[in-house]
Ligand binder design. Structure first.
Ligand code: ADP
Ligand code: MG
Length: 243
C-alpha cells in the first residue's frame, strides 16, 4: 500500500530524514514516537509534499513519485492519496464546521455543493457534532475543532491518513474525546501514520510502533514488544521519560 525508499530531507546542512525506508500494509496503523526535533513531522509532511523531499521514491496506493524530479502534477496526485490531521487543526476560520468538512470534496474532488454537504453532514453525525454544522471554529472548543479536523480527513476518503500530534495543542480536558474519535477511525482499519506523545493511545491503536531518533528509524515492532522489551538504549531512555 505504501512503499518509501531512500527518503531524505535536509534543511541546509541539517539532515532531518536520513535515507528512510518504510512499507505499510493496507489497513495497517503505524505509530511514530520519538523525542522532539527528530523529524517526525517532517516525515509526514514530505509524504504529501507539504515539504519537498530531496531524495527518495514514495509510493502510496497506485501513485509513485520520485522526489528528485517530481512534477507539480505528480506531487498533487500523491497528495490526493493522503489526508492530514494537523496539530493546530488548521481549519478555515471564515468557514463553518460543515463548510470546513465539505471544502476538499468540492475543490479537490469536484463534487457539487449538495452532494458534498450531504457527505459532510453524515460525517458531522459520526464525529458527534451534528448540532454544530453552522458554527465557526471560533465558537467551538479545541476538542470540537480537532474533531472537525478529523472529520475533514475522513471526508476525503484518501487511502492514507497522516496524523501529526493531534492532541498536543489541546487543553487536557479535550484530549480524551479526540483520542476516542481517532480510535473509532482506527477501528475501521483506516491505513494511518500517526505521530503522538500519548503512549497509552499508541498502545491501543498501533499495529506497529516505530521509534525515531536523529532522522532514522531506530527500532520498530508491535506495541507489546516495543513498550515492554525495548532493545535500543535511546528508546529505553525515551520511554523512561514519557512513561
Ligand atoms: P519533530 O516533529 O520530530 O519534533 P520536526 O520534523 O518538526 O521534528 O523537525 C526536525 C528538524 O528539522 C528540527 O531540527 C527542526 O528544527 C528542523 N526543521 C523543521 N522544519 C524546518 C524548516 N522549515 N526549516 C528549517 N528547519 C526545519
Ligand atoms: Mg512534530
Amino acid at each position: 500500500m505504501i512503499r518509501i525508499k531512500g527518503l531524505t530531507k535536509r534543511f541546509g546542512t541539517n539532515t532531518v530524514l536520513d535515507n528512510l525506508d518504510l512499507e505499510v500494509r493496507e489497513g495497517e496503523r503505524v505509530v511514530i514516537i520519538g523525542p522532539s526535533g527528530t523529524g517526525k513531522s517532517t516525515l509526514l509532511r514530505t509524504l504529501n509534499f507539504l515539504e519537498k523531499p530531496d531524495e527518495g521514491v514514495i509510493r502510496i496506493g497506485d501513485v509513485e513519485v520520485d522526489a528528485a524530479n517530481a512534477s507539480r502534477k505528480e506531487q498533487l496526485a500523491l497528495r490526493r492519496q493522503t489526508s492530514f490531521v494537523f496539530q493546530n487543526y488548521a481549519l478555515f476560520a471564515n468557514k463553518t464546521a460543515i463548510e470546513n468538512i465539505a471544502e476538499g470534496l468540492t475543490t479537490v474532488r469536484g463534487w457539487d455543493r449538495e452532494k458534498a454537504f450531504a457527505k459532510a453532514r453524515e460525517i458531522l453525525g459520526t464525529i458527534g457534532l451534528a448540532d454544530k454544522e453552522a458554527s465557526y471554529p471560533s465558537a467551538l472548543s479545541g476538542g470540537q475543532q480537532q474533531r472537525v479536523g478529523i472529520g475533514r480527513a475522513m471526508a476525503s476518503q484518501a487511502p492514507l491518513m497522516l496524523i501529526d500530534e493531534p492532541t498536543s495543542a489541546l487543553d487536557p480536558e479535550w484530549i480524551d474525546e479526540v483520542l476516542q474519535l481517532l480510535k473509532k477511525v482506527a477501528d475501521e482499519r483506516q491505513t494511518m501514520l500517526v505521530v503522538t506523545h500519548e503512549m497509552q493511545f499508541a498502545r491501543d491503536i498501533a499495529d506497529r510502533v516505530i521509534f525515531m531518533d536523529g532522522g532514522k528509524f531506530v527500532e520498530q515492532g508491535p506495541p507489546e514488544q516495543i513498550f515492554t522489551d525495548p532493545k535500543d538504549p535511546r528508546m529505553r531512555a525515551f520511554l523512561r521519560k514519557v512513561l
